[in-house]
Design a binder for this molecule. Sequence first.
Ligand SMILES: [Zn+2]
Ligand SMILES: [Zn+2]
Length: 249
Amino acid sequence: MSGMVRAAGRAALDLLLPPVCLTCDRPVDAAGQFCADCFARTGFITEPCCRACGVPFAHAAAGGAERLCVICRAVPPAWRRARGALRYDAQAARLVLALKYADRPDLAAPLAVLMARAGAVLLREADLIVPVPLHRRRLFARRYNQSALLAQALGRRSGVAVVPDLLCRVRGTRPLGNLGRAARAEALRGAIAVRPGRAALAAGRHVLLIDDVLTSGATAATCTEVLLAAGAASVDVLVAARVADPRGG
Ligand SMILES: [Zn+2]
Ligand SMILES: [Zn+2]
């Protein structure tokens, strides 16, 4: 059965069946909610966290007076601030991977609710929401860009303008999963650009960049550099989930 038919079937079923938890099959009061057990199991990122990259701190004193993690202290990121709604663990992976690979575009709206909460300040100061682009080939295989779905859901919630195609992949990149930080940056060099003729949209604007997961930050850093080169006043990054250990990935 094609994904499209499956998605349509799910939408039709949603009208008939009571809403279930985002990550299990237990009934909940309204669509887009966790049941009590799954809610308790979900790693929401709250303060204290690194003010530059949003990595959660174990305790308030961890970031020192600057409130920066060790990595951001050593190498300040290109973006101004990054925030994630969830720690990337098994529970967050269930949501993010379902959105990405399992024909669950309906998960974008509830994830955007969590992102809007975690990134309230970023969203308030943004002029423009821009998703991390997906290469045409992957877009064709998956039919949608999960980051663009999150961006559009955030735009609907906040009223901030969304430009889904401001950035584009100039060429494909091999999966970055196994590469270290420097190798990821090298693999991405020249792979992402502002779409020809679109630079004026970014010029002088405070851009909020949206992605599903922040791992090493290499992709977000490349997008940030490209946006700043196009004249963006600032770039913040908001993701659904971020890898919590700055040394991992
Ligand atoms: Zn549940
Ligand atoms: Zn940091």
